[in-house]
Design a protein. Sequence first.
Lengths: 316, 316
Amino acid sequence: MVRIADVAAHAGVSTATVSRVLNGVKVRSDLENRVRLAVAELDYAPNRTARSLRRQLSDVIALIIPDVENPFFTSVARGVEDVARAAGLSVVLCNADDDVAKERLYLAVAEHENMAGVILAPAGDAAPDLSRLIRRDRAVVVIDRAVGEDVDQVVFDNYSLGRRAAEGLIARGHRDIACITGPRTTPTAVERATGWRDALEEAGLSSSRLVYANFRVDGGRSAMADLLAAQTPPEAVLATNNLVGVGVLQVLAGRSGPNVDVGIIGDLPFATSDVDEVFHLSLQPREMGVTAARLLVDRIHGSAAAPETKVLLGAP
Amino acid sequence: MVRIADVAAHAGVSTATVSRVLNGVKVRSDLENRVRLAVAELDYAPNRTARSLRRQLSDVIALIIPDVENPFFTSVARGVEDVARAAGLSVVLCNADDDVAKERLYLAVAEHENMAGVILAPAGDAAPDLSRLIRRDRAVVVIDRAVGEDVDQVVFDNYSLGRRAAEGLIARGHRDIACITGPRTTPTAVERATGWRDALEEAGLSSSRLVYANFRVDGGRSAMADLLAAQTPPEAVLATNNLVGVGVLQVLAGRSGPNVDVGIIGDLPFATSDVDEVFHLSLQPREMGVTAARLLVDRIHGSAAAPETKVLLGAP
DNA sequence: TTGTATGCGTTATCAC
DNA sequence: GTGATAACGCATACAA
């Protein structure tokens, strides 16, 4: 391994001078040239472990997501990466696998690896413990689920999303509109369902057909199967996230019978059917990633502004 | 921050003893108890940056994939994570975004962060430069695309996959079977297409309908559109990867006309249609991740066996 | 077996 | 503006 001392010897300067050149501190230009030449000749790259030990900070940020197999979160990741890279930061993606214990582990890793910051999409329904990171002045941004006011957040206006989706289905002339949402303990699921309910009630329609399912494909499948098993299937059904929507469409595709209209909050990048007829609200997940990363980069660069919660509306 | 010295003072022992306890080295049991108590009371966790600087090795492995939005690679990631976690290693997922420059960057990061190992799914068509990592005795496993014999690899038998998929379509009674594969410069795409061609020729069928597309959804879409624009559409079409298959199904879904049978090499976790009719070869991507991670963990634990190439067949 | 002391490679503080 | 050197927190060679 070639170290900074090797470069210094090769260039005939001290390690301090090499370090200054590498970190953009002003140095006499002839010395700088010698250093740059030596760096190139020796193919030197700083040892980032040593650097972060000394600086008490690395140039890596963690993006902790609950499900790496959910296209929503991978799109968020793309947004985060693009912004972070432009700011000279590397992103490491951590998959908490819907497990708060794994999430805690990754938060601890981020802390002890001296990572510059963390973007967290919480896995569980309870607020994660960010106090250790915050106490150590690490930048933190929470996305997707609000956890409180003392940290930067990027969330959707879930109530509005539920409302707009329901209104879209009402505008199509439906009167019997069901909703499949996530668990009662998941605030985003409940908020979206509340928006759906209010829209229906304001239109004088019944909001009795609300199903709480798990927020994954199989949840959407079994909930939709239940709805179809009812005496009269609904005219339309709203799926409040992308995976549930996939499950709903799968069940409807394998079936004949009266048509059921579908509304989905979320995106379907891998749809294998013609989904033009689906009433679809794009969440623009990449924007969530971009917004969160910008917030985080500002914090890392030392912004001392009060914590901020950005509310995203999804596609118009 | 609480350091090892704080724990030592609190327990009335030396830092060396604390370090020994934490690293499983035998220590007098009453001292060990005092250390463990102090660790618990102070909520001490070792600084991993300092540890990896000292050990010249961290307990993190990198999984570098070309496209975090491709469900194939996220499933691979799940397999890697499960095995790595069981071995006490953290996985950081790096998205090269189909860009060999980003891939090189992540390889450099893995090197300079002293990561214990790297699992790489190469992005480009040229073999990546792994010599620096190998020279520094880092564990490396290459997956999906073979790059040579001097490193552990996990790949599919792509020729056999193409052949079996084509044979499946032939067995359904088709005689005019097209194939949409990836770029000519991508060996996996060419190998699968070659299997398809040989199966057709052995059956006395024409293998003239071969289309090279990009290996993504839009590639599948435009290639399928081209095939449909021909004087007579094919009776069946083989898509040689999952994304191309999605594109093919999308085009067919939005269309009336003579039925076109579909074969796909790969998995469709987010299909929104009834895909039971599709002739489908599962690649079992999770198995690829598990296999690669086991190989890597063995290397990290010091295996000096000759580099090995594991060939996966996909689902029977 | 336990403790002391050194070094991992870098950056930052100090004196020049 | 430059160089010598002391940390950063930990693991280990060596001494006891």
